[in-house]
Design a protein around this ligand. Structure first.
Ligand code: IPD
Ligand code: CA
Length: 277
C-alpha cells in the first residue's frame, strides 16, 4: 500500500520529526557525558561501528515516533525494520551523522531523519536535520520550502563577495585547480573544508553558508543523504550526480552515491570542471 501524502500529513510528520529530534538531542548530550557512551557495541547496517551514542539516538527517535504511527524504519544503524502493526510510511534516518567527530570529542554532529512514502529520492516528503550541540534545526516539507529554525533559507548568491567556500569529502588537489584549466578564468578555490558530518554540511549549502560540496567517493549512503536531499531541493540549491543529473534511486543502506551540491547551476559547472578532466 502507498501512503497518501497530503500537505497536512507532511506537516504533521515534520512536526513529529522535529519534536523527536529535540528529545533525542537532549538524551544524546546526556549520554555523551558518560564514558560508556563511547563504547562500540557492534557493526551497523551501514557497515560502520555502532557506538552506544548511535544506539541511544536511534532508540530515542523510534520511541518517540512510534507513539504516532507505524512505519518502516530504514536506519544506518539497525537497518530495515517494521515498527508497529501496519506500516505504510517510511522513516529513513542516520541517527547520528558525525559519529567519528563525537568519538574524538569534536562537537560537530547532527541527527538526520526523513519521512518518505517509499524508500526512494522521489518520495521524500518531510525532513529534519538537527545540529546536536546548539539545537539548530533545518527542516523541509515538500512544496513548502526549507527552513533554519523558523526562517526560510536559500543558497548563497553568486555576487556575494566573501570568497567561495567548498566542502570536499574526497581526495583532490587542495585548491581544486587543474593544470589544464586557465588560472585566470578558473582561479584556485579560496577555501576548502571538510567538517565531518556530511548531512549538516549539505544544509550549509542550502542556507548559503557555503557555496558547494563535493563527494565523489561513491560512498554516500542513501540513508544519510535522504533528509539533506529534500532540504537542498526545497531551498533551491543544486544536488546532482557526477553526470549532472538529479539524484534518483533508493535511499537505503545499500544505495551509495557520488554527488555535487552547489548554490546554483553556474557554480556547479565551475566545480564540475575542476573535478573531471
Ligand atoms: C560520516 C560523516 C563524514 C563522512 C563519512 C560519514 P559518521 O558519518 O558524514 O563527514 O566523511 O563518510 O560516514 O560515520 O561519522 O557518522
Ligand atoms: Ca551515523
Amino acid at each position: 500500500m502507498t501512503s497518501i501524502s497530503s500537505l497536512s500529513h507532511r506537516k504533521a510528520w515534520c512536526r513529529s520529526l522535529r519534536n523527536a529530534a529535540t528529545i533525542t538531542r537532549l538524551k544524546v548530550l546526556g549520554c555523551l557525558k558518560t564514558p560508556q557512551c563511547y563504547a562500540p557495541i557492534g557493526v551497523g547496517a551501514g557497515g560502520d561501528t555502532t557506538k552506544r551514542f548511535d544506539q541511544v539516538a536511534e532508540q530515542a527517535l523510534v520511541e518517540y515516533l512510534q507513539r504516532f504511527a507505524s512505519f518502516t524504519l530504514i536506519s544506518e544503524e539497525t537497518g530495515t525494520n517494521q515498527v508497529g502493526a501496519s506500516p505504510i510510511d517510511y522513516l529513513v534516518m542516520d541517527p547520528i551523522d558525525g559519529s567519528t567527530n563525537l568519538s574524538h570529542g569534536i562537537s560537530f554532529a547532527c541527527i538526520s531523519v526523513a519521512f518518505c512514502t517509499a524508500p526512494n529520492f522521489g518520495s521524500i516528503e518531510a525532513a529534519v536535520i538537527m545540529e546536536l550541540f546548539q539545537g539548530t534545526c533545518y527542516h523541509a516539507i515538500r512544496g513548502l520550502g526549507a527552513f533554519k529554525d523558523s526562517s526560510p533559507i536559500q543558497p548563497a548568491k553568486a555576487e556575494s563577495r566573501r570568497g567561495n567556500l567548498v566542502v570536499v569529502d574526497d581526495v583532490f588537489p587542495p585548491t581544486l585547480s587543474r593544470p589544464n584549466l586557465d588560472r585566470e578564468e578558473h582561479p584556485p578555490m579560496q577555501y576548502i573544508r571538510h567538517f565531518g558530518a556530511n548531512a549538516l554540511e549539505l544544509c550549509f549549502v542550502a542556507d548559503g553558508s557555503i557555496d558547494g560540496f563535493i563527494d565523489l567517493r561513491e560512498k554516500f549512503r542513501g540513508t544519510d543523504l535522504a533528509a539533506a536531499a529534500l532540504i537542498l531541493n526545497e531551498a533551491g540549491a543544486v544536488l546532482v550526480n557526477p553526470h549532472g543529473e538529479p539524484i534518483s534511486g533508493e535511499c537505503t543502506n545499500e544505495s551509495r552515491y557520488s554527488l555535487i551540491a552547489a548554490r546554483d547551476m553556474q557554480f556547479y559547472r565551475e566545480l564540475q570542471k575542476r573535478v573531471y578532466k
